[in-house]
Design a protein around this ligand. Structure first.
Ligand code: PGA
Length: 244
């Protein structure tokens, strides 16, 4: 399966900045060996999707509400993301687990809602520095997978060690290999044969300089990129490192 390189803009991107990123992406995306996805803030999804019409670059949201609609001031439903031009959504990012106290059960409900609305979900998992020091990374990630993925899950999983996000520290290739194998085995246990086909992204300080070696690790199905996705050149540099 083609690797997926997904950009998570987080709370960045006014109109001018968004256009400055997406214009060059559109021009540079043809002929890449990977799938490319950008996840701008809600306010830019419509504009970005419009700029990317007819290009191979897909658009996603960074969160959605578990309900279809209703009295939830300030929230965005999966159908709204679809309506604005998104076909993907990132769910359970560690920043949402932390800042908004999102639980595995809530993330599972959001994942269910996303799939029901026709969005492909990217469900994020990953341990904190303290959990890794304690040797608890498999227990933590295993628990997140068991709690966050609905039965019959189809979508993408992103492994993002919290301590590697935005810090410039990446997990070693050996740690990525061990964790991605563990996630693969867990997915097969949970989902049966379908677990073999789930793409497992690595995220946390991915840059053009380290992308080649990270993307070559077995069971790494792509990358979830934060900071480096805000510069078209860097993001395309990572995409060019993806395996055919
Ligand atoms: P980073 O963020 O690439 O800036 O470390 C990754 C993410 O949070 O998805």
């Amino acid at each position: 399966m083609r690797q997926l390189i997904a950009g998570n803009w987080k709370m960045n991107g006014l109109s001018e900045e968004a256009a400055a990123i997406v214009g060059p992406l559109r021009r540079g995306a043809d002929g890449l060996a990977c799938d490319l996805l950008v996840c701008p803030p809600f306010t830019q999804i419509f504009t970005v999707a419009h700029i990317l019409v007819g290009s191979p670059v897909a658009v996603g949201g960074q969160d959605c509400h578990p309900n279809e609609k209703g009295a939830h001031t300030g929230d965005i439903s999966a159908a709204m993301l679809r309506d604005a031009g998104a076909s993907w959504v990132i769910l359970g990012h560690s920043e949402r687990r932390q800042d908004h106290h999102e639980t595995d059960a809530l993330i599972q409900a959001k994942t269910h809602a996303a799939v029901a609305a026709g969005l492909a979900p990217i469900v994020c998992v990953g341990e904190t520095a303290a959990q890794r020091v304690a040797g608890d990374q498999n227990k933590v990630v295993g628990g997140q997978l068991a709690g966050s993925l609905p039965p019959g899950f189809s979508g993408v999983v992103a492994y993002e060690p919290v301590w590697a996000i935005g810090t410039g520290k990446t997990a070693t290739e050996a740690d990525v290999a061990a964790m991605h194998l563990f996630i693969r085995e867990t997915l097969v246990m949970q989902l049966g044969q379908a677990g073999e086909g789930v793409r497992i992204l690595y995220g946390g300080s991915v840059r053009p300089a380290n992308a080649g070696s990270l993307l070559a690790v077995p069971h790494v199905g792509g990358a979830l990129v934060g900071g480096a996705s805000l510069k078209a050149e860097e993001f395309l540099g990572i995409a060019k490192a993806a395996k055919a």
